[in-house]
Design a protein around this ligand. Structure first.
Ligand code: NAD
Length: 305
């Protein structure tokens, strides 16, 4: 079998288009412009890139983007004071604090200071609890994007065997909750799981969120299964030559060995161009959802779990 390639780039573009349509309606019919505030502490180069592209895409769908860049040595009190101001600002419907934070700041404390209704990353303990009990919540963006792709590909997921590899709070655990919410039989595998290949071989749906390059080979994949590869890993690519400074060029790979998995899977997300682009699209979707909820308006369909 040769797998259907799930095109995350195109799917994310369609989600952003839907978001833009809702934003236009909110403006025309209600005079409301959704706003997303992104807080960046310090100068981590990867975080700067993420924050820039989040800001750009926020503006592209017609929303207001508020960027707050703070010095790396910002005190916890100053950061909490900013979050408090954003919580009270009626023009701000979504707040995202870019992680990781510098070591002197307590991430849990900071995230839990965000108004849960504006917590568009879905990391606040209240949202984690709401998701876990099947109630309306803000859902973490990467698992939400993965779920959207699965629903789009399969329609109903009810009764399917899903194996999530990885148990992080930002991907693995919320992903498992979402699949359970869609009535899958869910197994969460992790670094201590015994006989991982055997566990994965039973899965109709495999979600890999580990952070180990190409660790899942094709012979772990059940014939016809759907593979959602969340991993983003940079590896040396000597075949691409060297950079100006003499260092070896690199390329991105997922947690699954793409070629061999694609031979057995029914459908697979590539890396790059699979789950990655869905994450920011879902951040924008969550901001529109938060804005609608804050204003007592009907939520956009198809943009939430
Ligand atoms: P994490 O390091 O917090 O968690 C990794 C998980 O993998 C842990 O729960 C651990 O138990 C499990 N694990 C480690 N070694 C294992 C092994 N040998 N066998 C089975 N399980 C093992 O990572 P994370 O934040 O969940 O991210 C996972 C990957 O997803 C990373 O590559 C990250 O870059 C990527 N990611 C991508 C997006 C996106 O937008 N596409 C978003 C978030 C994370």
């Amino acid at each position: 079998m040769s797998a259907t390639v799930i095109d995350g780039k195109a799917f994310a573009a369609s989600v952003r288009e839907k978001v833009a349509g809702h934003v236009a309606r909110l403006k025309e019919e209600h005079g409301i412009t959704p706003g997303l505030a992104v807080v960046l502490v310090g100068e981590d180069p990867a975080s700067q890139v993420y924050v820039r592209s989040k800001g750009k895409m926020t503006v592209e769908v017609g929303m207001n983007s508020y960027e707050h860049k703070l010095e790396a040595d910002t005190s916890e009190a100053d950061l909490l004071a900013l979050i408090d101001r954003l919580n009270k600002d009626a023009d701000v419907h979504g707040i995202l604090v870019q992680l990781p934070l510098p070591g002197h700041l307590d991430e849990d404390l900071v995230i839990n200071a965000i108004d849960p209704a504006k917590d568009v990353d879905g990391f606040h303990i209240s949202n984690v609890g709401l998701l876990g009990t099947g109630q309306k919540s803000m859902v973490p963006c990467t698992p939400l994007g993965s779920l959207m792709m699965l629903r789009d590909h399969h329609g109903a997921l009810s009764g399917m065997n899903a194996v999530v590899i990885g148990r992080s709070n930002i991907v693995g655990k919320p992903m498992a909750q979402l699949l359970l919410g869609d009535s899958c039989t869910v197994t969460i595998a992790h670094s201590r799981t015994k006989d991982l290949p055997d566990v994965v071989r039973r899965a109709d749906i495999v979600v890999a969120a580990v952070g180990r390059p190409e660790m899942v080979p094709g012979d772990w994949i059940k014939e016809g299964a759907t593979v959602i590869d969340v991993g983003i890993n940079r590896i040396d690519a000597p075949e691409k030559g060297t950079n100006e400074d003499g260092s070896v060029k690199t390329r991105l790979v997922g947690d699954c060995h793409y070629e061999s998995c694609a031979e057995r899977a029914g459908a697979i997300t590539p890396v790059p161009g699979g789950v990655g682009p869905m994450t920011i699209a879902c951040l924008l979707a969550n901001t529109v959802t938060a804005c609608c909820r804050a204003n007592g308006l009907a939520e956009p369909e198809g943009l939430t779990a």
